[in-house]
Ligand binder design. Structure first.
Ligand SMILES: C[C@H](O)[C@H](O)[C@@H](O)C(=O)CO
Ligand SMILES: [Mn+2]
Length: 418
């Protein structure tokens, strides 16, 4: 390890120790945290089932940066490159459209065999896998409705797709010895004010009951449901709102997924964790960065990211929270997008672990808000960067911005020839 990195770490360690913070212990804890890295940043949410099809469902990717993955092997190679620059061992989050097969399979007919190569690769790489049914970018969702569709045949198609997806999730979990989280998100909603808000929700509830009817081993698969406030073309009404899924998840014991971009622009998910955690067995996060809307920008070290990390650390929610990422930016190198967003998420967790939580809580309980504010502010310039650098070196990944040149040479050697 670089001498300077080590020296800076030792100095930082001594400073934190004065507040009873054991940096070595925190780094061991950090190494156990898995972030679920979403495959869809690598190819602009196209997938491999119908690559030429349009991205629908009220989500959008902008940018023309060259080098998007066009095959499962390319996507895996890009992910490997990203993971070589991210400390720790993590998970990959797949959508159903990321089949690896020559078969032209329909979404309601997908089977574990269509994802076998992903499992083989995940085993080789020591990664876990998560899964999502893809209820968009399909002719049967072209009018904006899937599980809440008024036509029972279309609804059945999507129910069967979600059922098949859960079985694939269970197969991932069983094969990899790591629980797979299968997350259901649907785009269903209206562009303009509906007359009947209730009936689509009733249909969605019934559909979900069918989807989740088959009992699966929770060691292999955990179900999650993801709400949203609005999408492109569903500005007035989304069937699967926060209230809907909060009720559904609590009543049916599924994980509730909070996507940072799925609420009103000034509403933050960090503030929701301590409430939800009291009533659920677990939470799924989609860490994202909404800019004025659900824009899915790459995650940066902003106040909300740090606040999410603090909530997880301060209330000991790391054991029951599944941390997934959800952003897609095609205006920059896509491998770099993964690296920036994932490194920041892990770094934010480390920053939160290096705060004097007990002292801050004591000050708060004693009504000493002066100390609470002063200590919080002073800790913002404590040398967490030196601890982070040491962690990267310890984990065998580039320290600080050293990783950028690796992404640049990968771009030259691999991405540019695509
Ligand atoms: C592709 C993802 O499933 C999708 O982004 C979903 O999670 C979402 O957040 C939709 O806005
Ligand atoms: Mn999401």
């Amino acid at each position: 390890m670089d001498k300077q990195v080590k020296q800076a770490y030792e100095a930082a360690k001594a400073l934190y120790a004065q507040h009873g913070i054991d940096t070595d212990a925190m780094l061991n804890k950090l190494a156990d945290i898995k972030v679920s890295v979403h495959c869809w940043q690598g190819d602009d949410v196209k997938g491999f089932l119908n690559q030429e099809g349009e991205l629908t469902g009220g989500i959008s990717v902008t940018g023309q940066y060259p080098g998007a993955a066009t095959t499962p092997s390319e996507l895996r190679a890009d992910l490997e490159q990203a993971f070589a620059l991210i400390p720790g061992k993590h998970k990959v989050n797949l959508h159903a459209i990321y089949t690896d097969t020559d078969e032209q399979v329909e979404l309601d007919q997908i089977e574990p065999k269509h994802y076998e190569n992903w499992v083989k690769w995940a085993k080789e790489q020591g990664l876990g896998l998560d899964f999502n049914p893809t209820c968009f970018s399909h002719e049967k969702s072209s009018d904006g409705f899937t599980l809440s569709h008024p036509d029972p045949e279309i609804r059945k198609f999507w129910i069967d797709h979600c059922k098949a997806s859960r079985r694939i999730g269970a197969y991932f979990g069983e094969q990899l010895g790591q629980t797979c989280v299968t997350n259901v998100w649907i785009p269903d909603g209206f562009k303009d004010n509906p007359v009947d808000r209730m009936s689509p929700r009733k249909r969605l509830k019934d559909s979900l009951d069918e989807v989740f009817a088959e009992p699966l081993n929770p060691k292999h698969n955990l179900d999650a449901v993801e709400s949203k406030l609005f999408g492109l073309g569903s500005e007035a009404y989304v069937v699967g709102s926060h209230e809907f899924y909060m009720g559904y998840g609590l009543q049916n014991n599924t994980l509730i997924c909070l996507d940072a971009g799925h609420f009103h622009p000034t509403e933050v998910i960090s503030g929701k964790l301590s409430s939800l955690a009291l009533f659920t067995s677990g939470i799924l996060l989609h860490v994202s960065r909404p800019m004025r809307w659900d824009s899915d920008h790459v995650v940066i070290m902003d106040d909300e990211l740090l606040e999410i990390a603090r909530e997880l650390v301060r209330h000991e929610l790391l054991g029951t929270t599944h941390i997934g990422l959800d952003f897609f930016d095609a205006s920059i190198n896509r491998v770099a997008a993964w690296v920036v967003g994932t490194r920041n998420t892990i770094k934010a967790l480390l920053r939160a672990m290096l705060e004097p939580v007990d002292a801050l809580k004591q000050a708060e309980v004693a009504g000493d808000y002066t100390t609470r504010l002063a200590l919080t502010e002073e800790f913002k310039s404590y040398p967490f960067g030196a601890v982070w650098d040491y962690y990267c070196a310890q984990q065998g990944v580039p320290v600080r911005e050293q990783w950028i040149k690796e992404v640049k040479s990968y771009e030259q050697e691999v991405l540019q020839s695509r």
